[in-house]
Design a protein around this ligand. Structure first.
Ligand SMILES: [Zn+2]
Ligand SMILES: [Zn+2]
Ligand SMILES: [Zn+2]
Length: 361
């Protein structure tokens, strides 16, 4: 019996953040989670009343950036009308006993990904996605340069109600925060710890293993095959410069991460042909997810080394990446209470399904 047919019930440790683990439990009938239906997709190209559609530019705050700079826009960045962080009022930091607050200073902006209202990411051309990624980079650079109180610029997308998406017109968001988010900081610290121990970037090691590792692990007593690890088992998609990997300890059933093959700590270091390759790998990865899941709701976000001086020593140990988290179920009380993620599909089976999708070249 192959490992893929046998129901799995095991706790997998996240290699990057060992304090984070996932219970992979695939046996039918013991699934502790309710499946989330795909979002009904609004596929209209133009909606008269939508503030993000062409012709309604007056309904949003003025554009901070448009791309291309002249003529009809294809990507447009505006301030968020309902920012979670803002730079207009200043609330000084506050400490009293165990109560501590940091000023909610920051920026919250909306990237209108495409002029077409209902277009899905995988339906956009690689050239368009390249333009969108360039707009992300330009704005991230500007924000880091604008104020040294901004410690991190997080780029993310919520698509579909289960992923927190409230406006149907395709868009991403940028939030610049006065603190480095906990998730990023933890990755930075753990990968640095690995680096000081082994002299290697843990993300590069993970990519190398995903690309070349092959092993059969036998049971010492019975001699039966306990586990087989195949070449490329976790690779979903690869381009010349990027690779999409299904994490061994996937927190979400269909989670995929995209890494540059060359070691770069900062997303802003990736340019030219490499950025275009990222656009292609992203588009093809989203097409695979869409083919398997049909109208998938998801979040994606970029993790990149913060620009502050205190992070400059982490350039060799940190490796930027994009995490794509399809939301096919809602976290349960068990997950929230224990901090243990529950994944009901074997990451190896999910990877195989995504890889098997026949895409046009
Ligand atoms: Zn629209
Ligand atoms: Zn690396
Ligand atoms: Zn990350």
């Amino acid at each position: 019996m192959s490992a893929q047919e046998k129901p799995l019930r095991e706790i997998r440790v996240n290699p990057i953040i060992p304090s984070e683990s996932v219970l992979v439990a695939t046996a039918r009938g013991m699934r502790p989670k309710k499946a989330e239906a795909p979002a009904p997709r609004d596929t209209r190209a133009h909606v008269e009343t939508c503030p993000f559609c062409t012709g309604n530019e007056h309904m949003t705050p003025p554009a901070i950036l448009t791309s291309p700079a002249s003529g009809a826009w294809e990507v447009r960045i505006v301030e968020n009308l309902y920012p979670v962080l803002d730079d207009d009022v200043s609330n000084p930091n506050f400490n009293f006993g165990l109560q501590q607050t940091i000023d909610g200073y920051g920026r919250h902006e909306v990237v209108i990904d495409h002029a077409n209202h209902g277009i899905a990411l995988h339906e956009m051309s690689a050239t368009h996605l390249h333009l969108m990624l360039q707009a992300f980079q330009t704005r991230m650079k500007q924000l880091y340069q604008s104020n040294e109180r901004l410690k991190y610029v997080l780029l993310f997308k919520n698509f579909g109600p289960a992923a927190g998406g409230s406006i149907p017109h395709t868009h991403s968001q940028i939030i610049a925060t006065p603190v480095v988010p906990h998730n990023v900081q933890t990755e930075i610290e753990h990968s640095h710890h690995y680096y000081t121990k082994f002299g290697k970037c843990i993300f590069c090691t993970l990519i190398d293993e995903a690309l070349t590792f092959e092993a059969t692990i036998y049971d010492r007593e019975s001699g039966e095959i306990r586990r087989r690890i195949d070449v490329g088992q976790y690779i979903i998609e690869r381009g010349r410069h990027f690779v999409a990997v299904k994490p061994f300890a996937s927190r979400f059933e269909w989670e995929v991460q995209i890494f540059p093959l060359q070691h770069h700590s900062d997303f802003l270091q990736t340019d030219g042909e490499k950025l275009l390759d990222f656009a292609q790998v992203l588009r093809r990865t989203m097409a695979r997810l869409d083919a398997v899941l049909g109208g998938v709701q998801y979040n994606y976000f970029l993790h990149s080394l913060p620009h502050g001086a205190q992070h400059q020593g982490f350039q060799a140990s940190y490796h930027w990446h994009m995490e794509i988290c399809p939301r096919t179920s809602i976290p349960t009380g068990f997950e929230l209470g224990s901090g243990l993620f529950v994944n009901t599909i074997s990451p190896e089976v999910a990877a195989q399904k995504l890889r098997d999708v026949a895409l046009p070249p």
